[in-house]
Design a binder for this molecule. Structure first.
Ligand code: SF4
Length: 67
């Protein structure tokens, strides 16, 4: 399977523009998991802009939405 780089870039919600991993989802996920983080696409736009990509922020975001 070929990488869908252009399609991935087109739908990537990450606001960190200089990132060389943009559209390379496998590299993006590997990078963030290595740092105990998640990629931008799992966060709401407001949280994504803070660049806090921690697991703790992810859990906080989704548990607060359910209550
Ligand atoms: S989520 Fe992280 S690795 Fe992925 S494009 Fe954004 S800054 Fe780069």
């Amino acid at each position: 399977m070929e990488c869908q780089l252009d399609a991935n870039k087109a739908r990537c919600p990450c606001s960190y523009e200089p990132c060389s991993r943009k559209g390379k989802c496998c590299d993006c996920i590997a990078y963030h998991l290595k740092h105990d983080e998640l990629p931008a696409c799992v966060f709401s736009p407001e949280v994504e802009k803070t660049y806090d990509r921690s697991f703790a922020r992810f859990v906080q975001l989704y548990t607060s939405q359910k209550s």
